[in-house]
Ligand binder design. Structure first.
Ligand code: FAD
Length: 308
């Protein structure tokens, strides 16, 4: 019931100012975000590597309308990849990039700027043996993001992208994109979307997720199962086994701070488990989407407010 207002608040500058001003917010945010500095993300990457978990790091930021900010985001990724490499953590690592953070929404030539900026991040990743995955934002950006994915893959065939099972179009996108070499991260979807483009009912989203999983597991690419849902994880395991896949040709992914014991269990079983680790100061939108996903997170946050 609170999902829609929380997702609306995720895009409100007035709510952002209010929530960021509350002292307790930061301690709750720390459950989901590794910290402000590159060094925080590197520290978390080392901790996760200790029990066999891989990383994809998101330098937080989105909806940028300032070219200088987009450039700063690219530099932050370059710095992060260099730091991971210096610590011996870059090989097999991944970074997750929101195209709206690197210029997609800039007036005029935003898509071209985002493509150029994403290219720079891909070059930095390739130089240290890491990969890049394009996050997927709201449905108005899907065509643009997949267009940029195609351009990037011409030069960097290992670039991946996220598909959201709540969108009606996604099963077809899975069919079109699951060719040789593709890396597709399937999630349920985290934005407020209208009925005209997205399933609204949780059971419909889950059914779509399974249909998409079937296509990806039977396809020729590398499926990345991004979900904390035990049912989806079990079904993915069965479909992967039916398709003759091994731990080297698909993987599981979860968000930092969510179901860490399950993350360790999957890694301990020899499965490839990657954790999405956000870092940086622009945590507001990301944090609000995590609250919207789970009433218990909101209750935890509100309890913190009243017990201070
Ligand atoms: P749900 O049905 O929402 O949850 C299943 C169970 O997981 C819950 O019962 C609970 O036990 C646990 N859980 C789920 N969410 C939380 C939470 N916030 N806090 C605590 N426990 C929780 N979405 C996008 O729209 N675009 C993206 O690019 C994107 N990238 C993602 C990358 C990764 C690696 C992951 C894991 C998710 C990503 N998402 C993205 C978010 C995703 O769309 C969902 O909103 C989110 O993962 C919750 O869906 P779920 O599959 O875990 O299932």
């Amino acid at each position: 019931m609170l999902r829609a207002p929380l997702l609306a608040a995720a895009r409100s500058q007035r709510m952002r100012a209010l929530i960021e001003a509350v002292p307790v917010t930061r301690s709750v945010v720390r459950r989901f975000v590794s910290g402000s500095a590159t060094a925080d993300a590197v520290r978390v990457a080392r901790e996760l590597a200790a029990d066999g978990r891989k990383i994809t790091i998101d330098h937080l930021g989105e909806d940028t309308t300032d070219a200088a900010q987009a450039t700063a985001t690219v530099q932050a990724y370059e710095e992060l990849l260099t730091a991971l490499s210096e610590q011996g953590l870059a090989k097999g690592a991944d970074v997750s990039v929101k195209l709206s953070a690197v210029g997609q929404f800039l007036p005029g030539d935003g898509e071209d700027v985002a493509l150029e900026n994403a290219r720079k991040i891909c070059a930095a990743a390739e130089a240290v043996g890491a990969t890049v995955t394009l996050d997927m934002e709201d449905h108005t950006t899907t065509d643009s993001t997949l267009g940029i994915l195609r351009e990037l893959r011409a030069e960097y065939p290992w670039v991946g992208a996220v598909l959201q099972a709540y969108l009606h179009r996604t099963e077809q996108d899975c069919r079109e994109l699951s060719g040789p070499g593709s890396r597709l991260r399937l999630c349920k979807g985290a934005y407020a979307e209208p009925e005209s483009v997205a399933f609204q009912d949780k059971s419909e989203v889950d059914k779509s997720y399974v249909r998409c999983l079937r296509v990806l597991m039977a396809g020729q690419g590398y499926p990345m199962v991004a979900s904390h849902d035990p049912r989806m994880i079990a079904i993915a395991g069965k479909l992967a086994a039916d398709a003759g896949r091994t731990a080297d040709d698909h993987e599981y992914q979860m968000l930092y701070g969510i179901r860490p014991e399950e993350q360790k269990r999957l890694a301990g079983e020899g499965k490839t488990m990657r954790v999405y680790v956000p870092c940086g100061d622009e945590w507001y939108g990301y944090f609000m989407r995590r609250l919207a996903e789970r009433p218990a997170n909101l209750a935890f946050f509100l309890r913190g407010l009243v017990t201070r």
